[in-house]
Design a protein around this ligand. Structure first.
Ligand SMILES: [Zn+2]
Length: 95
């Protein structure tokens, strides 16, 4: 007798089309989708909200957005700035 595995569909069932398999991280201010961007897929300059410095093209970094707000609200962060965010606390003041 072989163990039965649930049939895995090839399509994405039950998920909105703009939600991919991005991992969700829990933070003090809610749940965030966090997507890792590799250097080769980063072709633009972004401004990191953590340190207010630019993220140069070809720099591996993360994109994060609140689950409740949707991907329109996504921000590009330096990986270290994103990781340091929790230590800063849930404040929204960067100054
Ligand atoms: Zn930064």
């Amino acid at each position: 007798m072989s163990r039965r595995r649930p049939a895995r569909r090839t399509g994405k069932s039950g998920r909105p089309p703009d939600v991919r398999d991005d991992p969700i991280e829990e933070h003090p201010d809610g749940d965030w989708y966090v997507r890792s961007i590799t250097g080769s897929s980063s072709t633009k300059t972004y401004r990191c909200p953590g340190c207010d410095h630019e993220i140069a093209p070809a720099t591996p970094h993360v994109v994060a957005w609140p689950v409740h707000a949707g991907a329109d609200d996504r921000r590009h962060w330096h990986t270290v700035c994103w990781r340091a965010r929790d230590r800063r606390g849930p404040t929204r003041s960067w100054s």
